[in-house]
Design a binder for this molecule. Structure first.
Ligand SMILES: N[C@@H]1[C@@H](O)[C@H](O)[C@@H](COP(=O)(O)O)O[C@@H]1O
Length: 261
């Protein structure tokens, strides 16, 4: 696992956007897995700026979704499908044809989950999966004690996650669905490169447990320790509880320029 400490969220967004752009220059039809929440927005803004400046051609890129609420009506503005279309697909100049996501409105949820895992495999697998992290260490919507081998499936949100996400639902926790579909931890681990971005003091404890704690289902993001190519990008505040912060800084400062993330 590589840990990169950046000065602020903008710098993290730029670094990850450049990593995505470099991937797309090598592989124009790359499948990019994206995350929702506030944290990844600087990544999407920086990547969109590169596209508009002509620094990268993303016209053949495919975008896939990490997770989804169950039961929101189709087209609900806070469904993750709507969110990813609005924040990523449209700004990049792509259409829904380039987009893969689980069906949160399906009557048969287990079948929709299995279909999504199949669709990801048939698309050739995810090349780079961007992840945020919940305050409890969740990735996607894999709440604490999710199986580290889990596949895409239905999960029940913790009260903490529903409180955290109530800001997208008029600050009314009752509007936040209890159930979600999420790529499993085993599914996420199949992506060729995992890039987790965490910013702000509120994520410091979850980051420290994920990076320097034991690999344990109680902290789902700790599974990244088992991935052969995982990068954790954190700002100073989110890095504030890392015991090895100075080592991570020194390592990144000495990194060969040809290496990339
Ligand atoms: N399912 C999403 C996660 O993918 C995201 O990482 C998390 C943190 O969001 P934020 O970046 O807004 O803190 O929120 C939700 O739970």
């Amino acid at each position: 696992m590589e840990v990169v400490i950046v000065p602020d969220a903008m710098a993290g967004g730029e670094l990850i956007a450049e990593t995505m752009a470099a991937l797309v220059r090598r592989k124009p039809d790359a499948l990019l897995g994206v995350a929702t929440g506030s944290t990844p927005l600087p990544v999407y803004e920086a990547l969109t700026a590169k596209v508009r400046a002509g620094a990268v051609d993303v016209s053949r890129v495919r975008i896939c979704q990490l997770d989804e609420y169950v039961g929101l009506p189709s087209g609900h503005p806070e469904s993750y499908r709507s969110t990813v279309l609005r924040q990523v697909v449209e700004p990049l100049g792509l259409t829904e044809d380039s987009f893969l996501g689980p069906d949160g409105t399906a009557r048969d949820v287990p079948a929709a989950c299995a279909a999504y895992d199949r669709a990801l495999a048939e698309a050739g697998g995810v090349d780079l999966q961007l992840l945020g992290i919940g305050t409890d260490g969740h990735i996607g919507f894999n709440e604490p004690c999710s199986s580290l081998a889990s596949r895409t499936r239905i999960k029940t949100l913790t009260r903490q996650t529903r409180e955290d996400n109530a800001r997208f639902f008029d600050h009314d926790i009752e509007q936040v669905p209890h159930h979600v579909i999420t790529q499993g931890i085993g599914t996420i681990m199949e992506a060729r490169h995992l890039v987790l971005l965490a910013t702000g003091e509120g994520k410091a404890e979850a980051v420290a447990r994920s990076v320097e704690g034991p690999v344990a289902a109680v902290c789902p993001a700790s599974a990244l320790q088992l991935h052969p190519h995982a990068t954790v990008v954190v700002d100073e505040a989110a890095a504030s509880r890392l015991r090895l912060a100075d080592y991570f800084r020194d390592t990144y400062a000495a990194k060969p320029s040809w290496q990339g993330l």
